[in-house]
Ligand binder design. Structure first.
Ligand code: ATP
Length: 233
């Protein structure tokens, strides 16, 4: 579904994503693992057309994304949920979801699917998004991407700022989403145990380069990964 080839990106001449190759197959959940500053956000933004790559190629469902605007990329079915959520704070939850479905109208089917997944949202249709708690905002951000019916959902550190219980709830919802829809997911995280329970495979990004990759089980068993990302000796 997604094929990233030799992708490099950075800021003002500094390279923070360095010749990255990454594949995501239809129906897979792939974890992009890396510490603060490893380049995860820059890589995801470059894939989604929000940051101009210096070189390399992104092929989505067999077609290059070169020259596509972020809006075109989203219309083609690749939706990025940024870690800072980017809701419209003065609009209601419902209005935020309507924007996610644009140019379609949000239908009843979309709304019931979202409510099944995140029952908390149903209690808050009319509330201004800016007044929601961090966890609720993350759920609305995810719901907004889902009403756009993505084929590839790209999540940048979805549990940032969430209490452990809410982070667990969010991953539970992602597991249900996967079971119900088979959506393909690329998810960046620094917190390993949870994301590796959901993911089929993981790739580890360090200083902008892919240093290791393997099945979730391989990574859980890898002593280097355990030391660096699980704090286990
Ligand atoms: P985190 O987990 O902390 O969000 P990350 O893996 O997502 O980190 P990036 O946000 O992609 O990493 O940042 C990679 C590097 O690029 C960092 O050194 C960061 O300081 C730098 N960087 C990010 N955004 C900019 C920017 N707008 N201008 C200049 N440098 C930037």
């Amino acid at each position: 579904m997604l094929s990233v080839r030799e992708l490099s990106a950075g800021y003002d001449g500094s390279v923070v994503v360095d010749r990255v190759d990454l594949d995501v197959e239809d129906g897979e959940v792939v974890a992009l693992i890396g510490a603060n500053g490893a380049g995860k956000t820059t890589l995801l933004r470059a894939i989604a057309g929000l940051h101009l790559a210096v070189s390399g190629e992104v092929i989505f469902e067999g077609r290059s994304l070169a020259g596509s605007s972020a809006a075109e990329v989203a219309r083609r079915g690749l939706r990025l949920v940024p870690s800072d959520r980017r809701l419209f704070p003065d609009m209601s939850v419902r209005e935020n979801l309507q924007l996610g479905a644009h140019p379609r109208r949000v239908g009843q089917r979309d709304l019931s699917a979202v409510v099944d997944l995140f029952p908390r949202i149903a209690e808050r249709w009319g509330q201004r998004a800016g007044t929601l708690s961090g966890g609720e905002q993350q759920m609305v951000a995810l719901a907004r991407a889902l009403v756009g019916r993505p084929t590839l959902l790209v999540l940048d550190e979805p549990t940032t700022g969430l209490a452990p219980r809410l982070a667990a709830e969010l991953y539970q919802a992602l597991a249900e989403l996967r079971a119900q829809t088979g959506v393909t997911v690329l998810v960046a995280e620094q917190q390993l145990p949870r994301v590796l329970e959901l993911a089929d495979r993981g790739v580890v990004l360090e200083h902008g380069r892919i240093r290791r990759q393997g099945t979730a089980q391989d990574l859980r068993d890898d002593p280097e990964v355990r030391r660096a990302y699980l704090g286990v000796d």
